[in-house]
Design a protein around this ligand. Structure first.
Ligand code: NI
Length: 181
């Protein structure tokens, strides 16, 4: 996140600086809501909206081409093939225009249903290596889980665009995926 300062004019036409926080790489329109002036929302107003969900799942890390010693050295306890569990937190951020009538980027129930149907039903209380097809030959690391969730959600979204998938494996470890560059 980068904090930018823009020179604008307030409602009386006087110059003023407005600080905005922008995502890296963001290149859409920048909309200002100047102090003292009513916010101007129109059909080109882009905004980011995030929905959070939790799930619990098991996994282990193991590369078949490596010896047990190499796996142990690379992955430590995570190489135990009986697996271990995590309480994951998922954040799905969509980008889109604010609908002039509803004020929504996307219907919140629709987004919740997509996360529930496409991700939670497949991942929650599952063993990722053994029960989720995309991890049959791909290690279910935090990074790969974020990519896999993107690939599940993106095709199901209508109207709004998937902007970011963030997956926390634990409170101090998360991966962000913004889709193919
Ligand atoms: Ni783990």
């Amino acid at each position: 996140m980068a904090l930018w300062r823009f020179l604008c004019r307030d409602s009386r036409g006087y110059p003023e600086y407005i600080a905005k926080t922008l995502q890296p790489g963001y290149c859409g329109p920048i909309v200002f809501a100047a102090a003292g002036a009513s916010a101007q929302y129109d059909s080109r107003t882009m905004i980011l909206l995030t929905r959070r969900a939790d799930f619990a799942a098991s996994h282990y890390y193991w590369v078949d081409a490596w010896t047990p010693e190499e796996n142990e050295r690379a992955f430590g306890k995570c190489s135990n093939r009986h697996g271990h569990g995590h309480n994951y937190t998922l954040e799905v951020t969509v980008a889109g225009e604010v609908d002039a009538t509803s004020g929504f980027v996307i219907d919140l129930k629709t987004l919740k249903d997509i996360i529930e149907r496409e991700v939670l039903q497949a991942y929650d209380h599952r063993h990722l290596n053994l029960e989720v097809p995309e991890f049959e030959n791909v290690l279910p690391t935090t990074e790969n889980v974020a990519i896999a969730i993107w690939n599940r959600i993106a095709p199901a979204l209508k109207g709004a665009k998937l902007h970011r998938v963030r997956v926390y494996e634990m409170a101090d470890l998360f991966a962000d995926y913004y889709g193919e560059a």
